[in-house]
Design a protein around this ligand. Structure first.
Ligand SMILES: NC(=O)c1ccc[n+]([C@@H]2O[C@H](COP(=O)([O-])OP(=O)(O)OC[C@H]3O[C@@H](n4cnc5c(N)ncnc54)[C@H](OP(=O)(O)O)[C@@H]3O)[C@@H](O)[C@H]2O)c1
Length: 243
């Protein structure tokens, strides 16, 4: 199968690309990003096609040609809440919402396989009622709510499309010392349940890949679903590697 990973150089996108290399069903990966993807030395990168664009809202005919025949896309592009202060809100909305629509349309125009699975990364706590404005990051949360509602309409407006909205909690990982500290705190807290929704980056990447490869379990996956699916998918990836 051919998979497009949008946001391939991001925190989650990098891990999705890394894991896609060991999933035999995936034969071709379009790593869509604003800069080249860096992979671990020694990786077999023969199935990765790095496609570099200037902006997630602009797709030339050459780029669209790279999308043709894709079976699935995992869309990870967004400005995350802690970074929104660095941008005008109009730019935050453009990157998070408008680019999602433009990117999806470019893939659809390119002629994807049927079904074409579109796995969209959102966040835990995103409401489905845009009239409800949360006290924290209110405008941002309403915009992400509207983006989810927009993505949920893709299948009714485009024949042969299945969508999945993933709503992870905090992504725990060790890419920086502060993230490693947070990940370790979660590791302890997770021994007594997950009072603060969180998911390890490897689990989330595995869960998103599992939906793209094996089909969508349900339209909206909450943090607990993503942990459950991700843990199972990681075990099966390890079995494949050692068998
Ligand atoms: N990180 C978390 O703890 C967390 C928790 C819950 C949900 N999520 C959601 O999961 C998804 C992926 O998160 P992540 O942590 O992987 O995000 P990230 O690394 O900050 O960014 C994801 C992608 O978005 C692109 N992007 C970021 N800012 C941009 C800008 N100003 N203009 C154009 N592109 C931009 C990045 O492109 P470049 O690589 O070129 O910069 C990157 O590829 C997002 O939807 C996020 O809201 C994240």
């Amino acid at each position: 199968m051919k998979l497009i990973v949008a946001g391939a150089t991001g925190l989650l996108g990098t891990e999705i690309i890394r894991q896609s290399l060991r999933i035999p069903e995936i034969t071709e990966v379009v790593a869509l990003a604003r800069k080249p993807v860096h992979l671990d030395e020694g990786s077999d990168i023969s199935k990765i096609k790095s496609v570099i664009i200037r902006d997630y809202g602009e797709y030339s005919d050459d780029v669209k040609a790279e999308f043709a025949g894709a079976d699935a896309c995992i869309w990870t592009v967004a400005i995350t809440p802690f970074r929104i202060k660095k941008f005008d809100f109009a730019e935050v909305k453009r990157v998070c919402q408008d680019c999602t629509k433009i990117g999806f349309e470019a893939m659809y125009q390119a002629g994807p396989a049927r079904p074409f699975r579109f796995v969209y990364l959102s966040a835990d706590g995103t409401l489905r009622d845009p009239t409800k404005k949360p006290a924290i990051w209110g405008d941002y949360q309403v915009m992400r709510c509207n983006t989810e509602l927009m993505v949920l309409k893709f299948p009714t407006e485009h024949e042969g499309v299945d969508v999945c909205i993933a709503q992870p909690g905090v992504i725990a990982n060790s890419t920086t010392w502060s993230r490693a500290l947070v990940a370790n705190i979660f590791r302890v807290v997770n021994l007594v349940g997950r009072p603060f929704p969180n998911v390890h980056r490897s689990e989330l990447a595995a869960a998103a890949l599992s939906q793209a490869v094996n089909g969508i379990e349900k339209e909206t996956l909450l943090n607990a679903d993503l942990v459950r699916i991700g843990v199972k998918a990681l075990k099966s990836q390890k079995t494949i590697q050692t068998s």
